[in-house]
Ligand binder design. Structure first.
Ligand SMILES: O=C(O)C(=O)C[C@H](O)[C@H](O)COP(=O)(O)O
Length: 218
């Protein structure tokens, strides 16, 4: 275990956010689908993959998906120090959380897991900034105020770059990506549950490819 500082964490999350315009948010029920799912998304041009810790097999999914060449697998829905330890042990290269607490930030720094922590308001974004986190997730993006809210924050908090997630789709993603404080969005729409269940990897690849080729950050 090697610790990381906030600035080292941001350097890494910045690289991850800049890898592609979309970070797929994945909710996977069956670890036997993990490798094929990850491989399809990477082939479609989306290498940074967030596996949410919301299913019983999520840690196994991370371990399997981490074997995909060219992929960068992270763990989402991190809530506790134990989640951070488990994610790191499973092979996660970064962590994502819906919000942020001092305890969770301390845990990620202690375990050496770069954290893309969530903020939903100016005060939450400022609290993360005080800790040195200039790369943040904006969650729940649509419900919290959408692109107009982020546009409002772009001038007073211009040092923060956001990855809006929550209610983002192919239809509204470009409105976020046009903002100066956004370089990528996160979303589950690129990996629909029914398509994963059907094992239709060509379709997942196609959805990813469409997102990659259609969406551009400004
Ligand atoms: O729990 C986390 O750490 C998360 O990352 C939450 C996810 O970002 C959203 O649940 C994705 O929202 P949808 O794309 O609207 O399905």
């Amino acid at each position: 275990m090697s610790k990381i500082t906030a600035s080292e964490a941001c350097k890494r999350t910045a690289e991850i956010c800049q890898a592609a315009p979309v970070v797929p948010v994945l909710i996977v029920d069956d670890a036997s689908t993990a490798y094929d799912l990850g491989a399809a998304l990477v082939r479609g041009g989306l290498p940074a993959l967030e596996v949410t810790l919301r299913t019983d097999c999520a840690l196994e999914v991370i371990s399997e998906m981490a074997k995909v060449k060219g992929g960068i697998v992270g763990a989402g829905t991190l809530l506790t120090h134990q989640d951070v330890k488990n994610a790191k042990a499973a092979g996660a290269k970064f962590g994502v959380s819906p919000g942020a607490t001092p305890a969770l930030i301390d845990a990620c720094e202690a375990e050496g897991l770069p954290l893309l922590a969530g903020a939903a308001s100016g005060s939450e974004a400022m609290a993360l900034l005080e800790r040195g986190y200039t790369w943040q997730k904006f969650f729940p993006a649509e419900a919290a105020g959408g692109a107009p809210l982020l546009k409002s924050l772009s001038s007073p908090l211009s040092q923060i770059t956001f990855c809006p997630t929550g209610g983002v789709s192919l239809t509204n993603a470009q409105a976020y990506l046009n903002l100066p404080n956004v370089v990528c969005v996160g979303g589950s729409w690129v990996a629909p549950t029914d398509v994963i269940k059907a094992g239709n990897w060509d379709q997942i690849e196609e959805i990813a490819r469409t997102a990659h080729s259609t969406l551009k950050s400004a």
